[in-house]
Ligand binder design. Structure first.
Ligand code: ADP
Ligand code: MG
Length: 300
Protein backbone atom coordinates (compact mmCIF):
# COMPACT_ATOMS: atom_id res chain seq x y z
CA UNK A 1 0.00 0.00 0.00
CA UNK A 2 1.02 3.65 -0.10
CA UNK A 3 2.18 3.77 3.52
CA UNK A 4 5.83 4.63 3.89
CA UNK A 5 7.66 1.65 5.33
CA UNK A 6 10.18 1.48 8.09
CA UNK A 7 8.44 4.16 10.18
CA UNK A 8 6.18 3.67 13.15
CA UNK A 9 2.54 4.48 12.49
CA UNK A 10 0.96 7.52 14.15
CA UNK A 11 -2.27 5.57 14.34
CA UNK A 12 -2.44 1.87 15.00
CA UNK A 13 -5.93 0.49 15.45
CA UNK A 14 -6.84 -3.14 15.98
CA UNK A 15 -10.33 -4.64 16.15
CA UNK A 16 -11.82 -1.38 17.32
CA UNK A 17 -15.49 -1.53 18.26
CA UNK A 18 -17.91 1.06 19.50
CA UNK A 19 -21.36 0.06 20.64
CA UNK A 20 -23.94 2.67 21.65
CA UNK A 21 -26.86 1.68 23.84
CA UNK A 22 -30.06 3.44 23.00
CA UNK A 23 -32.76 2.18 25.38
CA UNK A 24 -32.91 -1.56 24.84
CA UNK A 25 -31.15 -1.36 21.51
CA UNK A 26 -27.44 -1.59 20.75
CA UNK A 27 -25.98 0.27 17.79
CA UNK A 28 -22.70 -1.07 16.49
CA UNK A 29 -21.28 2.22 15.24
CA UNK A 30 -17.82 0.67 14.71
CA UNK A 31 -17.65 -3.05 14.19
CA UNK A 32 -14.03 -4.22 14.10
CA UNK A 33 -11.78 -1.59 12.51
CA UNK A 34 -8.11 -2.31 11.72
CA UNK A 35 -6.23 0.73 10.48
CA UNK A 36 -2.65 2.03 10.37
CA UNK A 37 -1.84 5.61 9.42
CA UNK A 38 1.79 6.63 8.96
CA UNK A 39 3.53 10.01 9.34
CA UNK A 40 2.81 12.45 6.53
CA UNK A 41 -0.11 10.47 5.12
CA UNK A 42 -3.09 12.42 3.80
CA UNK A 43 -6.13 10.19 4.26
CA UNK A 44 -9.77 10.74 3.36
CA UNK A 45 -12.42 8.78 5.25
CA UNK A 46 -15.63 8.38 3.29
CA UNK A 47 -18.96 6.63 3.74
CA UNK A 48 -22.71 7.21 3.77
CA UNK A 49 -24.36 9.03 6.62
CA UNK A 50 -24.44 6.73 9.67
CA UNK A 51 -21.52 4.58 8.51
CA UNK A 52 -19.43 5.48 11.57
CA UNK A 53 -17.16 8.27 10.30
CA UNK A 54 -17.72 10.70 13.16
CA UNK A 55 -17.58 7.93 15.75
CA UNK A 56 -14.20 6.92 14.34
CA UNK A 57 -12.97 10.52 14.27
CA UNK A 58 -14.04 11.08 17.88
CA UNK A 59 -12.06 8.05 18.97
CA UNK A 60 -9.05 8.98 16.79
CA UNK A 61 -9.16 12.41 18.40
CA UNK A 62 -9.37 11.01 21.95
CA UNK A 63 -12.75 12.67 22.48
CA UNK A 64 -14.34 9.28 23.05
CA UNK A 65 -13.22 5.78 23.96
CA UNK A 66 -13.90 2.53 22.13
CA UNK A 67 -16.04 -0.22 23.66
CA UNK A 68 -13.24 -2.68 22.85
CA UNK A 69 -10.11 -3.00 20.75
CA UNK A 70 -6.80 -1.16 20.63
CA UNK A 71 -5.89 2.35 19.61
CA UNK A 72 -2.25 3.32 19.87
CA UNK A 73 -1.66 6.99 19.05
CA UNK A 74 1.96 7.88 18.43
CA UNK A 75 3.03 5.22 20.92
CA UNK A 76 0.38 6.06 23.54
CA UNK A 77 -1.95 3.11 24.26
CA UNK A 78 -5.06 5.33 24.51
CA UNK A 79 -7.43 2.41 25.08
CA UNK A 80 -5.78 1.95 28.48
CA UNK A 81 -6.04 5.59 29.56
CA UNK A 82 -8.52 7.42 31.73
CA UNK A 83 -10.25 10.55 30.44
CA UNK A 84 -7.76 12.89 32.17
CA UNK A 85 -4.67 11.39 30.60
CA UNK A 86 -6.55 11.11 27.32
CA UNK A 87 -7.22 14.85 27.33
CA UNK A 88 -3.53 15.48 27.84
CA UNK A 89 -2.58 13.25 24.93
CA UNK A 90 -5.25 14.94 22.81
CA UNK A 91 -3.91 18.41 23.50
CA UNK A 92 -0.40 17.30 22.69
CA UNK A 93 -1.00 15.13 19.61
CA UNK A 94 -4.18 16.28 17.84
CA UNK A 95 -5.33 19.33 15.95
CA UNK A 96 -9.09 19.42 15.29
CA UNK A 97 -11.04 21.04 12.51
CA UNK A 98 -14.85 20.86 12.46
CA UNK A 99 -17.51 21.58 9.87
CA UNK A 100 -18.94 24.33 12.06
CA UNK A 101 -15.50 25.89 12.84
CA UNK A 102 -16.23 25.93 16.61
CA UNK A 103 -14.69 29.36 17.18
CA UNK A 104 -15.41 31.64 20.12
CA UNK A 105 -17.57 34.37 18.64
CA UNK A 106 -16.60 37.07 21.09
CA UNK A 107 -12.85 36.57 20.67
CA UNK A 108 -10.63 37.81 17.86
CA UNK A 109 -8.99 35.45 15.38
CA UNK A 110 -5.75 35.85 17.31
CA UNK A 111 -7.35 34.97 20.67
CA UNK A 112 -9.07 31.97 19.12
CA UNK A 113 -5.79 30.65 17.80
CA UNK A 114 -4.02 31.27 21.12
CA UNK A 115 -6.63 29.28 23.01
CA UNK A 116 -5.13 25.75 22.76
CA UNK A 117 -1.84 27.11 24.08
CA UNK A 118 -3.47 28.37 27.27
CA UNK A 119 -3.68 24.73 28.34
CA UNK A 120 -0.12 23.93 27.38
CA UNK A 121 3.34 24.91 28.49
CA UNK A 122 3.67 28.05 26.38
CA UNK A 123 4.29 31.45 27.87
CA UNK A 124 1.79 34.14 26.84
CA UNK A 125 4.36 35.99 24.68
CA UNK A 126 5.45 32.91 22.78
CA UNK A 127 1.78 31.90 22.49
CA UNK A 128 1.00 35.21 20.82
CA UNK A 129 3.95 34.88 18.47
CA UNK A 130 3.08 31.32 17.52
CA UNK A 131 -0.56 32.23 16.94
CA UNK A 132 0.49 35.06 14.63
CA UNK A 133 2.80 32.71 12.73
CA UNK A 134 -0.04 30.21 12.29
CA UNK A 135 -2.45 32.92 11.07
CA UNK A 136 0.16 34.10 8.59
CA UNK A 137 0.61 30.54 7.36
CA UNK A 138 -3.10 30.28 6.52
CA UNK A 139 -3.07 33.68 4.80
CA UNK A 140 -4.85 35.76 7.45
CA UNK A 141 -2.10 38.27 8.28
CA UNK A 142 -4.56 41.14 7.90
CA UNK A 143 -7.49 39.61 9.81
CA UNK A 144 -5.95 38.85 13.21
CA UNK A 145 -8.09 41.27 15.20
CA UNK A 146 -11.35 40.41 13.43
CA UNK A 147 -14.03 38.45 15.25
CA UNK A 148 -15.59 35.37 13.58
CA UNK A 149 -18.76 37.28 12.58
CA UNK A 150 -16.56 39.76 10.71
CA UNK A 151 -15.06 36.95 8.63
CA UNK A 152 -16.32 34.84 5.71
CA UNK A 153 -16.89 31.09 6.11
CA UNK A 154 -13.61 30.29 4.39
CA UNK A 155 -11.74 32.74 6.61
CA UNK A 156 -13.34 31.26 9.72
CA UNK A 157 -12.23 27.82 8.67
CA UNK A 158 -8.71 29.20 8.14
CA UNK A 159 -8.73 30.49 11.71
CA UNK A 160 -9.78 27.02 12.85
CA UNK A 161 -6.96 25.49 10.80
CA UNK A 162 -4.45 27.92 12.32
CA UNK A 163 -5.78 26.98 15.76
CA UNK A 164 -5.35 23.27 14.95
CA UNK A 165 -1.68 23.87 14.10
CA UNK A 166 -0.38 25.95 17.01
CA UNK A 167 0.50 23.08 19.32
CA UNK A 168 2.39 21.36 16.49
CA UNK A 169 0.20 18.26 16.63
CA UNK A 170 1.40 14.98 15.19
CA UNK A 171 -1.88 14.76 13.26
CA UNK A 172 -4.73 16.97 12.06
CA UNK A 173 -8.26 15.56 12.14
CA UNK A 174 -10.90 17.33 10.09
CA UNK A 175 -14.56 16.23 10.15
CA UNK A 176 -16.29 17.53 6.99
CA UNK A 177 -14.19 20.72 7.01
CA UNK A 178 -15.71 21.99 3.78
CA UNK A 179 -19.28 20.91 4.51
CA UNK A 180 -20.45 24.50 5.03
CA UNK A 181 -18.43 26.09 2.24
CA UNK A 182 -19.18 26.90 -1.38
CA UNK A 183 -17.16 25.15 -4.05
CA UNK A 184 -14.68 27.96 -4.65
CA UNK A 185 -13.89 28.27 -0.93
CA UNK A 186 -13.72 24.48 -0.67
CA UNK A 187 -10.94 24.50 -3.25
CA UNK A 188 -9.05 27.16 -1.25
CA UNK A 189 -9.30 25.16 1.97
CA UNK A 190 -8.27 21.93 0.26
CA UNK A 191 -5.30 23.72 -1.33
CA UNK A 192 -4.31 24.75 2.16
CA UNK A 193 -4.47 21.12 3.35
CA UNK A 194 -2.33 20.12 0.38
CA UNK A 195 0.22 22.77 1.33
CA UNK A 196 0.31 21.53 4.94
CA UNK A 197 0.66 17.96 3.74
CA UNK A 198 3.59 18.94 1.52
CA UNK A 199 5.19 20.59 4.54
CA UNK A 200 5.06 17.23 6.34
CA UNK A 201 1.74 17.35 8.20
CA UNK A 202 -0.27 14.15 8.71
CA UNK A 203 -3.92 14.75 7.83
CA UNK A 204 -7.08 12.69 8.22
CA UNK A 205 -10.18 14.23 6.73
CA UNK A 206 -13.76 12.99 6.74
CA UNK A 207 -15.66 14.02 3.66
CA UNK A 208 -18.52 12.89 1.47
CA UNK A 209 -17.21 14.87 -1.49
CA UNK A 210 -15.22 12.86 -4.03
CA UNK A 211 -13.39 15.95 -5.21
CA UNK A 212 -12.15 16.64 -1.67
CA UNK A 213 -11.16 12.97 -1.25
CA UNK A 214 -9.27 13.14 -4.55
CA UNK A 215 -6.80 15.57 -2.99
CA UNK A 216 -5.95 13.07 -0.27
CA UNK A 217 -3.47 10.32 -1.15
CA UNK A 218 -5.50 7.49 0.31
CA UNK A 219 -9.22 6.83 0.56
CA UNK A 220 -10.69 4.64 3.30
CA UNK A 221 -14.39 3.83 2.83
CA UNK A 222 -16.65 2.80 5.69
CA UNK A 223 -19.97 1.04 5.67
CA UNK A 224 -21.94 -0.11 8.74
CA UNK A 225 -18.94 0.50 10.98
CA UNK A 226 -16.52 -1.51 8.86
CA UNK A 227 -13.80 -0.61 6.38
CA UNK A 228 -15.00 -1.79 2.98
CA UNK A 229 -12.11 -0.46 0.92
CA UNK A 230 -8.74 1.21 1.41
CA UNK A 231 -6.96 2.43 -1.71
CA UNK A 232 -4.42 5.01 -2.80
CA UNK A 233 -6.74 7.69 -4.19
CA UNK A 234 -5.38 7.35 -7.71
CA UNK A 235 -6.22 3.63 -7.67
CA UNK A 236 -9.64 3.68 -5.97
CA UNK A 237 -12.07 2.33 -8.59
CA UNK A 238 -14.98 4.43 -7.31
CA UNK A 239 -12.91 7.56 -7.33
CA UNK A 240 -11.51 6.88 -10.79
CA UNK A 241 -15.03 6.20 -12.00
CA UNK A 242 -16.20 9.48 -10.46
CA UNK A 243 -13.40 11.36 -12.21
CA UNK A 244 -14.51 9.75 -15.46
CA UNK A 245 -18.16 10.65 -14.83
CA UNK A 246 -17.27 14.22 -13.98
CA UNK A 247 -15.38 14.56 -17.21
CA UNK A 248 -18.55 13.33 -18.95
CA UNK A 249 -20.83 15.52 -16.86
CA UNK A 250 -22.47 12.73 -14.76
CA UNK A 251 -21.77 12.34 -11.05
CA UNK A 252 -23.63 10.05 -8.65
CA UNK A 253 -22.47 6.72 -7.23
CA UNK A 254 -24.82 3.76 -6.75
CA UNK A 255 -24.85 1.05 -4.07
CA UNK A 256 -24.08 -1.50 -6.76
CA UNK A 257 -20.87 0.35 -7.54
CA UNK A 258 -19.90 0.45 -3.86
CA UNK A 259 -20.41 -3.31 -3.85
CA UNK A 260 -18.10 -3.67 -6.85
CA UNK A 261 -15.46 -1.55 -5.11
CA UNK A 262 -15.64 -3.64 -1.95
CA UNK A 263 -15.39 -6.90 -3.91
CA UNK A 264 -12.49 -5.70 -6.04
CA UNK A 265 -10.62 -4.57 -2.95
CA UNK A 266 -11.21 -7.88 -1.14
CA UNK A 267 -9.80 -9.70 -4.17
CA UNK A 268 -6.87 -7.33 -4.35
CA UNK A 269 -6.07 -7.82 -0.67
CA UNK A 270 -6.30 -11.60 -1.03
CA UNK A 271 -3.94 -11.42 -3.99
CA UNK A 272 -1.43 -9.25 -2.12
CA UNK A 273 -1.63 -11.59 0.87
CA UNK A 274 -1.03 -14.63 -1.37
CA UNK A 275 1.93 -12.89 -3.03
CA UNK A 276 3.39 -12.09 0.37
CA UNK A 277 3.03 -15.72 1.50
CA UNK A 278 4.55 -16.91 -1.74
CA UNK A 279 7.57 -14.69 -1.26
CA UNK A 280 7.99 -15.83 2.31
CA UNK A 281 7.96 -19.52 1.44
CA UNK A 282 10.34 -18.93 -1.48
CA UNK A 283 12.66 -17.17 0.91
CA UNK A 284 12.54 -19.83 3.57
CA UNK A 285 13.32 -22.54 0.97
CA UNK A 286 16.26 -20.55 -0.37
CA UNK A 287 17.82 -19.56 2.94
CA UNK A 288 17.62 -22.91 4.70
CA UNK A 289 20.74 -24.59 3.31
CA UNK A 290 22.95 -21.56 3.88
CA UNK A 291 21.77 -20.41 7.31
CA UNK A 292 24.41 -17.69 7.30
CA UNK A 293 22.47 -14.48 7.75
CA UNK A 294 19.16 -14.10 9.51
CA UNK A 295 18.51 -10.78 7.80
CA UNK A 296 16.07 -10.56 4.96
CA UNK A 297 16.70 -8.60 1.84
CA UNK A 298 16.05 -4.91 2.43
CA UNK A 299 16.50 -5.11 6.18
CA UNK A 300 19.36 -3.24 7.74
P1 ADP B 1 -21.45 9.24 10.27
O1 ADP B 1 -20.55 10.27 10.87
O2 ADP B 1 -20.75 8.36 9.28
O3 ADP B 1 -22.68 9.82 9.70
P2 ADP B 1 -21.81 8.36 13.01
O4 ADP B 1 -20.47 7.92 13.43
O5 ADP B 1 -22.27 9.69 13.47
O6 ADP B 1 -21.93 8.25 11.43
O7 ADP B 1 -22.88 7.28 13.49
C1 ADP B 1 -22.72 5.89 13.29
C2 ADP B 1 -23.90 5.16 13.92
O8 ADP B 1 -23.87 5.29 15.33
C3 ADP B 1 -25.25 5.71 13.50
O9 ADP B 1 -26.15 4.65 13.41
C4 ADP B 1 -25.62 6.64 14.63
O10 ADP B 1 -27.00 6.76 14.74
C5 ADP B 1 -25.01 5.94 15.82
N1 ADP B 1 -24.58 6.88 16.86
C6 ADP B 1 -23.60 7.81 16.77
N2 ADP B 1 -23.43 8.47 17.93
C7 ADP B 1 -24.34 7.94 18.79
C8 ADP B 1 -24.66 8.19 20.17
N3 ADP B 1 -24.01 9.11 20.88
N4 ADP B 1 -25.64 7.47 20.73
C9 ADP B 1 -26.28 6.51 20.02
N5 ADP B 1 -26.02 6.20 18.73
C10 ADP B 1 -25.06 6.92 18.11
MG1 MG C 1 -20.68 12.41 10.85
Amino acid sequence: MSAPRGKNPIIRIRQLKKVFRVGEERVRALDGIDLDIFPNEFVAIMGASGSGKSTLMNILGCLDKPTSGQYILNGHPTHKMGMGKLAQVRNQEIGFIFQSYELLNRSTALRNVMLPMLYSKHHIFSARRRAKDALRLVGLDDRMSHRPNQLSGGQRQRVAIARSLVNEPSMILADEPTGNLDSKTTVEIIDLFTKLHKAGQTIVVVTHEEDVAGHARRIVRLRDGRIISDYPSDEDPIHLDWVQRMSEGRASITDAELEINAKADAERRARLEAEKKNKRSLFSRKSKPEAVSTKREGES
